[in-house]
Every structure is written in C-alpha cells, then in structure tokens.
Design a protein. Structure first.
Length: 391
C-alpha cells in the first residue's frame, strides 16, 4: 500500500494551528483533502483517498478506514502506512471487536495517548504494527455511521491533540458527503448497466436465435441432399458455414460490450491493481501498479482501458521473459494514459502483425474512443504499450 498522499501535509504545526493563528493554512489543507476525495466517484477510490488525505493532514504514521457490514465484520477496510506484504501477514480483515466495535456502537470520537491501556482494547494479530497514540472519528450520515476513520502514531511527539480531533471531525463530515455521493453514483450506474445488459440480452436472444434456427434448417436440408444432389448439398453447407460465422460475430459483439463486474464493484484503478497483484503472485516476474490522479471516466472508457491493459499484461507474461512489468494509470492534459512497460526480450513491432499479440485489437479499442495505442519495442530492449484516450 502506498503511503504517498494526494494532499500536502499540514506539517508539525498541523495539530496546534487552530490555536496558533494558522487557521487559513489548516482550512486550505482540509479543502485540498476534500477536493482530492470528491474527484473520485468509485467508492473504493473514495475510501482510499480519504485515508491518505487524513494521514497526511494530521501527519500520522498509520491511517485506516473501516466500513461495517451487517455480519459483524467490515465490508471494506483500507489502510495506509502498511505494505502489501505486512497486510498479507496480518491476515483477514478485522471484525467489529475491541476499539473498532466500541466506536461503531458509541458513534463518538476517541482520542487516546496509548490505545493499549484503554479497557476497550482487546488484541492485535501477531504481525500487526504496534499502535500507541490513537485518534478515531466516525464518518456519519445523520444518525447512521458510514464508517470509522482512525489514525495512530503521530510523527510529531506528544500525540494527537484536541485541535487534531476537531480537524479530523471536520474532514470526516465532508468525507461523508463524498462517500454518500460515490455510493449514489455507483448505484445509478449499476442500474443503468442492468438495463443495458437486459437490452443486450434481448437483442442477443432475438438475433442469435434467428441465426441458429436458420442454421439448423440449412444443415437439415444439406443432410437430405447429400445422396441425391451432392452439388446442392455443398451449396447448403457453404451457407451453414456463413450463418455460423455471422452468429459467432454477433455473439462476440455482444460479449465485447458487456462491462466486467469488477469495474462496478471496485472501479478501474482498484480492478487493475487487483489484476496486477494476482499476476505478481502467479508469475516469477515482478508486477507492480502505479496510480497517478485519475479523472472521472465514462464506463465505456473504463472497459476499453481495462481490456487493453489485460491484453498487454497477457503478452508481457507469456512472451516477454521480463523480470519486471510496470503498469501506470493516470490523467495527463485531459487524456487517460495507460502504460504497460516490461524489461523483457522485446520484438520487432513491424513484424508483429502475425504473432497474435492483439496490437490491432488494442488499437481498435482506443480508436473507437478517439484515442490511440502506441507499441514501442526493439529486440533486447523491452516493450512499452501506451494508450491515450480523451477523458
């Protein structure tokens, strides 16, 4: 997990700035953090940006945010300050016990000089980092607790102050609005996607059913003509081949339009991150994902970028013999930019059309959205796939 934050830290003075005349600087920091959150419409992305912003705003070593479910666990739990390896060693997502459970029940901020000495504290998994000074604030929508954001181990000696608590509470109020908006946006988008899938399923049924019915009749006609009129039977078989090709083409067209379910649940950046992480576990090469600020994208753009990334990663994992593969996603000058870079064997791009590397397919996806895909490679020099699409 990256500890890089989308906002600048308020610095050591952040905890006392409300009393020391630095109100404008603090409010500007909060404003920057809130703007960073509201630029994202995926719920998962909003959660991650809330955590990073809060961590940086109050100069904390660790930050986390949990969204409770109805089964005593957390539907979402994101953290900053902990590497992927440490997170894997810690184990499953925490349940609603100890201090987290108490905060959910009580719905009130908690500020402690040492969480380990509070009677509500229970235990941590063996690999869990040691937390000391602690500040937790609920993210509320009216009387409902949407989640809990908490910070620990402030980098400036002395722990969290009352001013820190007020600052985090102010930020949590704005974060609640961003999180609610993200959920509403995703719900609306999911409804639109359900309607679109229903429409496509109806079209698929109508078009392909007719083709398959014609295909069956033509095949039966060919079978009846084989012995008494072989020439006519051959013509019918050619028609069978043509109809089968048309049915296959229509099936492919519908499948291409279907939006992957992962995008609905996690958004583009998180879906790519999970895909890259899975490849990193399955292959001897090192796969990494780098995310720069990503603008709000149309669903069609998200699908196209994901498919191009998957094609490029498939090529890198199967053909490049690379030691490292890096995926970068971000926005530059109004363009969504995807890069997949490997340090593998490379190839002659001009001679790659017959190698089944999907370059034409990647280019077609980008061009359909007014963008482009450029593949740069030389034998022995690795490969860079760069996709640019208007945001």
């Amino acid at each position: 997990m990256s500890s890089e934050s989308p906002v600048r830290s308020a610095g050591p003075a952040g905890s006392d700035s409300l009393e020391d005349g630095g109100r404008d600087a603090v409010l500007q920091a909060v404003s920057s953090a809130v703007l960073a959150v509201t630029r994202h419409l995926s719920v998962r992305e909003v959660l991650q940006v809330i955590v990073r912003s809060a961590q940086c705003l109050l100069d904390a070593r660790y930050a986390a945010l949990g969204v409770p479910d109805e089964d005593g666990a957390f539907a979402e739990f994101v953290a900053e300050g902990i590497s992927d390896e440490e997170w894997a060693a810690i184990g499953p997502t925490p349940r609603q016990h100890g201090m987290l459970g108490a905060m959910l029940r009580e719905g009130a901020p908690v500020r402690l000089p040492d969480i380990r000495r509070d009677p509500r504290f229970e235990y941590w998994p063996r690999a869990h980092p040691v937390l000391k000074d602690f500040l937790g604030v609920p993210i509320r929508d009216g009387d409902r607790v949407l989640g809990i954001i908490f910070l620990s181990n402030k980098r400036v000696p002395g722990g969290f102050t009352e001013a820190d608590q007020r600052l985090l509470t102010m930020f949590a109020a704005h974060a609640a609005i961003a999180l609610t908006n993200a959920r509403l946006y995703e719900s609306g988008r999911e409804l639109a996607l359900v309607e679109e899938r229903t429409r496509m399923a109806r079209e698929l049924h109508d078009a392909v059913t007719q083709k398959l019915f014609s295909l069956r009749l033509t095949a039966q006609a060919a079978a009846s003509l084989v012995t008494r009129d072989p020439e006519r039977a051959l013509g019918e078989l050619e028609r069978v081949e043509r109809l089968a090709g048309e049915a296959l083409a229509e099936l492919r067209a519908v499948i291409v339009e279907l939006r992957p379910a992962e995008l609905d649940r996690h958004g583009l950046a998180e879906t790519l991150r999970k895909h890259v992480r899975l490849l990193d576990r399955l292959h001897p090469a090192s796969f990494t994902f780098e995310e720069r600020p990503v603008c709000v994208l149309d669903p069609a753009i998200e699908v196209a970028v994901l498919r191009v990334a998957q094609e490029a990663l498939h090529n890198a994992s199967r053909h490049s013999a690379a030691e490292t593969v890096t995926v970068r996603l971000g926005c530059e000058d109004g363009l969504v930019v995807l890069e997949v870079l490997d340090d593998g064997t490379g190839f002659d791009v001009s001679a790659a059309s017959g190698r089944g590397l999907g370059i034409a397919s990647m280019s077609d996806r980008a061009q359909s959205l007014g963008g482009s895909v450029r593949v740069t490679s030389e034998p022995g020099r690795g490969t860079l796939v760069r996709m640019e699409v208007p945001a």
